[in-house]
Design a protein around this ligand. Structure first.
Ligand SMILES: Cc1cc2nc3c(=O)[nH]c(=O)nc-3n(C[C@H](O)[C@H](O)[C@H](O)COP(=O)(O)OP(=O)(O)OC[C@H]3O[C@@H](n4cnc5c(N)ncnc54)[C@H](O)[C@@H]3O)c2cc1C
Length: 480
């Protein structure tokens, strides 16, 4: 009986899964396997919040497979060793997977492909399932990778590609004899402290959860996307990011859903949303073409940037205050608390907290990137490194360094009634309107009346916004 192993990774879905579709079409027996191999991910093994998501996503995938008389085989250990053992016990003829683009994973996968083809003489096929355009497919007129988003987006529109997506294989080839599988709990992906309690109210990991999220977004928010996408108090973005990261749904599927006639969207709101998906493509193209960007600034001059000394107590204090949502700047603290409680933060607020860390606190973007990596359910090497470098000013197409977000005016503009802050900072909930964004400017008697005592019930700001802005601009002068 011809047998294929489908090595599932960040493609935890049955529909539009080219590796699975290929295996089901060409082989009599198909073994879907997930290998938990954090050491194979180089410097970026999944963080705590991602592990929570992964646990539930694997559970959901296994359920879907069981409905089709199959199941997910789970292994724990070095990918090549586990594949070798699986190939031996199942006498597999082929191994198929969908490509990943993280630098360490690419290296590992290339070595495994060579071993499978050259040493074991097996069929080995890899496919694109994560991106709309492969990172090598879209180039500037000079044949270089794009470093600026807008021209890349224009090119994507000009050379519009209506994606083809394979359906869920029917019938699904069963396994004659299922190979050994490790119980999911043995991977110990769930946190030991019950930090994840609120996650359950906010998220439904898995393929069905992804489609439900898309449906809700289409029904409720897409028609006003451009007007509302910057308002963190309103749940009007799609919240598809963790589903996209784990491959429970793909950009290609979303584009097909939103553009049923196969043409580029005419509707401005739909086009605006697809443009954001193209930012994701842009991030991954950058990561593929500049694999150093998770650790090193893309613009080399930033290598000499005079960040604060990370060994000092003051630096550690300020970093901790930022992580814990205790900086005394309400818009920053609200975002950091939303992140801790839900594993996600609104895009506008990500930019505000990242600007505050790298500019007002002069703490290197890598420290923020690392914290996000551990606490975001959508932690994603392409988007996270691009987002941090963009905000810090060191990336491709970045916000100029001197454009320093003022968290108070950002709050007044994008959270004008203070609803978002009030939700995440109950200590300040009695403050009405936009004054909530700068409690240190409110007269003492009013604060007292409302039971707010700065330094006791809520912190004083860890830095003066004006002085720290000047300090950041002076630091930038040193590398210009
Ligand atoms: C400092 C910083 C760090 C970030 N880290 C991550 C990360 O680790 N993982 C992650 O998925 N996104 C990251 N982003 C991008 C963005 O904040 C999230 O993708 C977005 O908030 C997810 O919410 P949503 O799905 O409701 O977005 P929507 O507005 O509904 O957008 C739809 C999809 O488009 C993509 N997208 C939207 N905005 C961006 C963007 N600016 N860059 C790249 N792709 C985008 C995402 O896949 C998103 O799910 C980061 C942004 C910043 C400023």
């Amino acid at each position: 009986m011809s047998t294929a192993i489908v090595w599932l990774r960040q493609d935890l879905r049955l529909a539009d899964n080219p590796a699975l579709a290929f295996a089901c079409e060409h082989f009599e027996q198909v073994i879907p396997v997930y290998i938990w191999d954090p050491d194979g991910e180089g410097d970026w093994p999944p963080g705590g919040a991602s592990r929570w998501w992964l646990h539930h996503s694997l559970e959901a995938l296994d359920k879907s497979l069981r409905k089709r008389h199959s199941r997910l085989i789970i292994r724990n250990g070095d990918s090549q060793t586990e594949l070798a053992e699986l190939i031996k016990t199942s006498q597999a003829d082929a191994v198929c997977w969908n490509r990943r683009y993280e630098p360490a994973v690419r290296q590992r996968d290339a070595a495994i492909k060579t071993w499978l083809q050259d040493e074991l003489k097996l069929i080995c096929r890899s496919f694109n399932s994560a991106l709309w355009w492969e990172p090598w497919e879209i180039k500037t007129g000079q044949g270089d990778p794009y470093r600026v988003f807008t021209p890349m987006w224009k090119k994507m529109l000009a050379e519009w590609r209506y994606p083809q997506v394979p359906a869920i294989p029917q019938p699904f080839p069963a396994m004659q004899e299922a190979p050994r599988s490790v119980p999911l709990d043995k991977l110990a992906l769930l946190p030991r402290l019950d930090w994840d309690q609120q996650f359950y109210q906010h998220w439904s990991p898995g393929e069905q959860g992804a489609w439900d999220a898309l449906d809700v977004f289409r029904d409720r928010a897409i028609n006003d996307y451009l007007d509302n996408r910057n308002l963190p108090a309103q749940p009007d973005t799609s919240r598809l990011s963790p589903h996209l990261h784990f491959g429970e749904i793909s950009t290609r599927q979303i584009v097909r859903q939103l553009c049923p006639d196969g043409e580029p969207p005419v509707d401005q709101q739909v086009s605006g949303f697809i443009r954001e998906l193209a930012w994701r493509e842009f991030s991954w193209h950058l990561l593929y073409n500049y694999p150093r960007i998770p650790a090193q600034p893309l613009q080399e001059k930033f290598s000499d940037f005079p960040w604060r000394d990370g060994r000092t107590r003051e630096y550690q204090h300020d970093l901790r205050a930022w992580q814990q949502g205790m900086t005394g700047i309400p818009m920053v603290d609200a975002g950091m608390r939303e992140l801790w409680a839900t594993g996600w933060m609104h895009n506008r607020v990500r930019m505000i907290v990242a600007s505050f860390l790298t500019k007002n606190l002069l703490i290197p973007w890598q420290a923020g990137e690392q914290w996000f990596w551990d606490t975001l359910v959508d932690a994603d090497l392409g988007n996270n490194s691009q987002g941090w470098q963009w905000t810090a000013g060191s990336g491709a197409d970045a916000a100029p360094y001197f454009r320093i977000f003022n968290p108070v005016s950002q709050g007044e503009k994008f959270d004008p009634e203070g609803e978002y802050v009030r939700h995440w900072i109950p200590e300040l909930a009695e403050l009405k309107g936009k004054r909530i964004h700068s409690p240190w400017q409110i007269e003492q008697s009013l604060l007292q009346e409302l039971g707010i005592e700065l330094g006791e019930t809520y912190p004083w700001p860890v830095v003066d916004l004006k002085a720290s802005r000047e300090r950041a601009l002076n630091a930038y002068q040193q590398i210009r």
